[in-house]
Design a protein around this ligand. Structure first.
Ligand code: ADP
Length: 184
């Protein structure tokens, strides 16, 4: 069983690495961003609540997020493990996840390290609807304030794996898989 969390700021190449990792390990990809965008597209109650928050680059409330993740982790396909992407993003979410998975936990939290100027250029280049310059700036600020402290949270538990995110997709992928395997 492989239970992974992927951290790293927006534009760090998480999307690409997630696709490669779920393929490599044969585990489901659980992206809170994708789930929220699907809810917005379908116009569900969750989607209506999340839409404006997402457009502003702000964080959807911990309660809503913990609810959708808990529901998702109750599905049978996660028995083989999972890759959580975009979650946890706050201390409350990390605590909530620990409780949900207790007494086991995740195996590894992967941090893909890329400097701010590089991720900003990448985000502007991909041109997603919620990638306005203001929203990008806001998301990077929130990452520093809310998500970066999670690196300490996982590091103090001895399960943080920091990987240099510069280089080709394949190079970054090899670094991640090698680091995961060297811990087993
Ligand atoms: P990005 O990595 O570019 O921010 P995501 O797809 O992970 O993209 O998330 C898009 C938006 O969805 C975020 O800006 C935020 O508004 C919301 N979101 C996703 N995951 C979470 C989360 N764990 N907690 C709060 N909000 C979230």
């Amino acid at each position: 069983m492989t239970r992974l969390v992927i951290l790293g700021k927006q534009g760090a190449g998480k999307g690409t690495q997630c696709a490669l990792l779920v393929d490599h390990y044969g585990i489901p990809h659980i992206s809170t961003g994708d789930m929220l965008r699907a809810a917005v597209a379908e116009g569900t109650e969750l989607g209506l609540k999340a839409k404006e928050v997402m457009e502003a680059g702000d964080l959807v409330s911990d309660d809503l997020i913990l609810g959708i993740v808990q529901e998702r982790l109750a599905q049978p396909d996660v028995d083989s493990g999972f890759l959580l992407d975009g979650f946890p993003r706050t201390d409350a979410q990390a605590q909530g996840l620990t409780e949900m998975l207790a007494p086991a936990g995740i195996d590894v939290a992967i941090d893909i390290e890329v400097p701010d100027d590089v991720v900003t250029q990448r985000m502007l280049a991909r041109g997603r609807d919620d990638d306005s310059p203001e929203a990008i700036k806001r998301r990077l600020e929130l990452y520093q304030a809310e998500t970066a402290p999670l690196l300490d949270f996982y590091s103090s538990r001895g399960i943080l794996l920091s990987v240099d995110g510069l280089g080709t997709e394949k190079e970054v992928q090899d670094r991640i898989v090698d680091a995961i395997e060297s811990r087993r």
